[in-house]
Design a protein around this ligand. Structure first.
Ligand SMILES: Cc1ncc(COP(=O)(O)O)c(C=O)c1O
Length: 455
């Protein structure tokens, strides 16, 4: 059967995948040996089970990562467009962060007291991201969990609202789906060990749908809308023109806090999507790359929200707040955050990322045209996504209708075997300031070879 431009002959795909699996095994004897050894003491053979979610027949082990390149245990150097799924968006081991960490490592790692740099870090956060008041967490998951707790406490409302297809980390409240027939909230069936009734306290609306958003807010039970400015975790879905201005107005009208989680959309430009587009949310969250890839997350809020948070904390009895962890804001994290705010969140850094992304997008689109594939490249600053659909999606349902997991896996393994690393979860590509024209060229060549190999 010949393949049509939109779909690929499954038999051809199977043959190609089998050949690429063999190729991987032949090229990675050391990774294969390490996989066997690690299987003795790690569940699924890896320190975190996600590390088996790559399409490789054996786990790929890493020797080193620097800038936009990652060297595997077999010595192959990969041009890295996954960048630790955004943790390394500013490049692996940015020199300013590595140096700050090395200096701090000799001067104490953690003390449960603020390092003397803290005041300066607070001022830098306000300057870079435009909100006056801040707290730290270890991960973006933690930050989102804490923000939801603060929001419910400050508003006295039980519900939270998220968008269909969202991912905000390991945050139970948000690991829910939307029933397409009824709009009701469903448990996400893949979540393990869930006993609490999160669907009773979380509402889910389709992205880019203002009427659905208003329906979810109108009874004034929703403490916070937690959202990415563009969906990035279920395919890249940008907001439609004017969506956020209206959505924010609806939140205000119904007394719901707008929380923008910019952990991924930090790729949009200096300060993230909100700063770049002149939107000031009530609360703003970022993790992953915010401190150059060192475990650290931040959340900031307006002065009005800060007053409400102070009031609610002061009114509570002494004891555990349920917010914070022992290692949060440790000296290493603060040192990294200080270095990142000073040297990475800059116009020059973003200009380099955008330049690489421009070349990548143009090359991918040219290859698709040349090979007659009606697929889309959707862009968000230094991030883009190859989508197996003719136009940019409007919501998660659009993405669902066009999912082709086998095709995606084929792309990822084919590229990896040719020295290019992509994010395993979908067709996401991210450019760091260290991404060079040669890295882009390598990706484009491998992509064109893959398109040719599909027929
Ligand atoms: C938008 C968003 N928020 C939060 C998280 C959670 O980040 P972490 O796994 O570092 O806690 C992710 C992870 O992918 C994310 O994409």
């Amino acid at each position: 059967m010949a393949s049509s431009p939109a779909s690929i002959d499954p038999a051809r795909l199977r043959t190609l995948m089998d050949a690429e699996r063999q190729r991987f095994l032949a090229r990675h004897p050391r990774s294969c040996a390490l996989a066997q050894q690690a299987a003795g003491h790690f569940l699924f053979g890896v320190p975190l089970h996600w590390m088996r979610d790559w399409p490789t027949p054996a786990t790929l082990f890493v020797r080193a990562a620097r800038g936009a390149e990652l060297t595997c245990a077999d010595g192959h150097v990969l041009a890295d467009f996954c960048l630790g799924d955004t943790g390394a968006m500013f490049g692996h081991s940015p020199p300013a962060v590595a140096q700050a960490l090395a200096e701090q490592a000799a001067r104490g790692l953690t003390s449960m007291l603020p390092d003397e740099r803290a005041a300066e870090v607070g001022a830098l956060l306000a300057q870079r991201f435009g909100l006056p008041c801040w707290q730290l967490a270890m991960t973006a998951s933690d930050a989102n969990r804490f923000v939801l707790r603060w929001a419910r406490a400050a508003t006295g409302r039980p519900q939270v609202l998220v968008f269909d297809g969202c991912y905000h980390g390991a945050v139970d409240d948000t690991l829910v789906d939307r029933d397409p027939a009824t709009g009701a909230t469903l448990r996400r069936p893949s979540v393990l060990g869930a006993v609490h009734d999160h669907p009773a306290f979380t509402r889910v609306a389709p992205f880019n749908d203002l009427a659905a958003l208003e329906r979810a807010l109108v009874d004034r039970q929703v403490a916070a809308l937690l959202a990415e400015p563009a969906l990035t975790n279920f395919g890249l879905v940008p907001p439609q023109d004017g969506f956020w201005a209206e959505a924010q107005a609806l939140c205000r009208r119904h007394g719901t806090l707008l929380v923008l989680d910019e952990t991924h959309t930090l790729s949009s430009g200096v300060g993230g999507w909100a700063r770049t587009h002149g939107v000031t949310p009530d609360v703003w969250v970022a993790g992953k790359a915010v401190a150059g890839g060192v475990p650290c997350a931040v959340y900031g809020f307006t002065e009005e929200v800060a007053q409400r948070l102070r009031a609610v904390k002061e009114a509570a009895p002494e004891g555990h707040s349920g917010i914070g962890t022992t290692l949060t804001a440790n000296a290493l994290a603060l040192a990294a955050l200080h270095a990142a705010l000073t040297h990475l969140h800059t116009e020059a850094t973003y200009a380099a990322m955008q330049q690489a992304a421009d070349a990548l997008q143009a090359g991918l689109e040219a290859a698709l045209r040349r090979r007659g594939r009606p697929w889309t490249v959707t862009r968000l600053g230094a991030r883009m996504e190859l989508q197996f659909m003719p136009t940019t999606p409007r919501n998660a349902d659009d993405v669902r209708r066009h999912l082709q997991p086998r095709l995606e896996q084929s792309l990822h393994l084919f590229m990896l075997n040719r020295g290019v690393l992509l994010t395993p979860f979908h067709g996401m590509l991210l450019c760091s300031p260290a991404t060079s024209a040669a890295h882009v060229e390598r990706l484009l060549q491998a992509f064109d070879d893959w398109l040719a190999a599909l027929v």
